[in-house]
Design a protein around this ligand. Sequence first.
Ligand code: NAP
Length: 269
Amino acid sequence: MSFEVSIILFGGGRMGSAMLRGWIASGIGPGAIHVMTPRPDEALLGLAAECGVRVNPPLTARAGQAVVLAVKPQRVAEIADQIATIATPDTLIVSVMAGKTIADLRMLFPEVPSFVRAMPNLPAAVGSGMTVAVADCSAGQRLLAERLLSSTGAFEWLDDEALMDAATGVSGSGPAYLFYIADCLTSAGIAAGLPAEVAERLARATVAGAGAMLAPDGPSAEQLRRDVTSPNGTTQAGLEILTADGVLMGLVEQTVAAAAMRARELAAA
Ligand SMILES: NC(=O)c1ccc[n+]([C@@H]2O[C@H](COP(=O)([O-])OP(=O)(O)OC[C@H]3O[C@@H](n4cnc5c(N)ncnc54)[C@H](OP(=O)(O)O)[C@@H]3O)[C@@H](O)[C@H]2O)c1
C-alpha cells in the first residue's frame, strides 16, 4: 500500500540505509524522501537512483514532516543549524541515536516541537529488526513514527523512557550475544571432532533456524524448547549441562544489566 509522507533522513550509513530500504519496501513513496549524507556510497546511490529518492538536495522549509536522525551521536551537532532552518510547528524528529535522550534532543533542536527516540537493532538491515521507542508527540505523529520504524521488523512502544536502557541491554545489544552463542557452538563442534568449516555452517544455520522459529506469533521459547526435548534424549543430555544451577541464566542477567548500565552512563555523559 502506497503512503506519502515527506521524510528527511540524516545519515545514510548502515542504519539509515536499512531504514530507507524498509520504507521503500513497505510502500512509502520514494519521491518524498530526501537523504542527507556527506559521502553516499554506491549502494545508497544505486537504491536512490532506482527508486527516485533524492540524495543531498537543497532543503527547503516544509520538506520534512518527519526528520529521521541516523547519524552517530557525536556528529549530530553538525546538523542542528540545517534543522533549525527547516523546522516547522509540525516537524517530528525521529532519532535512532544511541544514548541521546528526548531531553538532549530538545536542547539540540529547540525549534522542533515533537520527538520520538527509538532504539533499533542490527537485524533491521535484513528486515528482521526489533525497534523500541518512546514518544513525546501527537497521536498522529506516533502513528507516523510507528509506520517508519516498523518497516525494518518488529516494533514496540515503551511508556517510560527510563526503560530504554534495559531494552538496549536486551534487543539493542542482544544480536551480539547470539552471535557469540553461534561462535561457542562452532568451537564446541570443533572440540567434538567436526571440521571447522562444517562446525561453523552447522552453528550458523542452527542459530538462524531456531531464531526463525521464534516468530512473534509463534510458540514461546520455553514451549519450543520442551517440544524439541525428548525424555532421556540427546537434547535433554545437553540441556542438563546448559541449565545446571541457573549459571547461564545468571550470566545472561548480568550481561543485560551491564549493557543497560553502560547505556545509562552513555546517556548521562
Ligand atoms: N548500526 C546499528 O546496529 C545501530 C543500532 C541502534 C542504533 N544505531 C544508531 O544509528 C546511528 C547510525 O549508526 P550507523 O551504524 O548507521 O553508523 P554509520 O554507518 O557510521 O552511519 C552514520 C552515517 O551518518 C553520516 N553522517 C555523518 N555526519 C553527517 C552529517 N553532518 N549529516 C548527515 N549525515 C552524516 C555518515 O557519513 P560519513 O560516513 O560519510 O561520515 C554515515 O553515513 C547511530 O546514532 C547509532 O547509535 C545503530
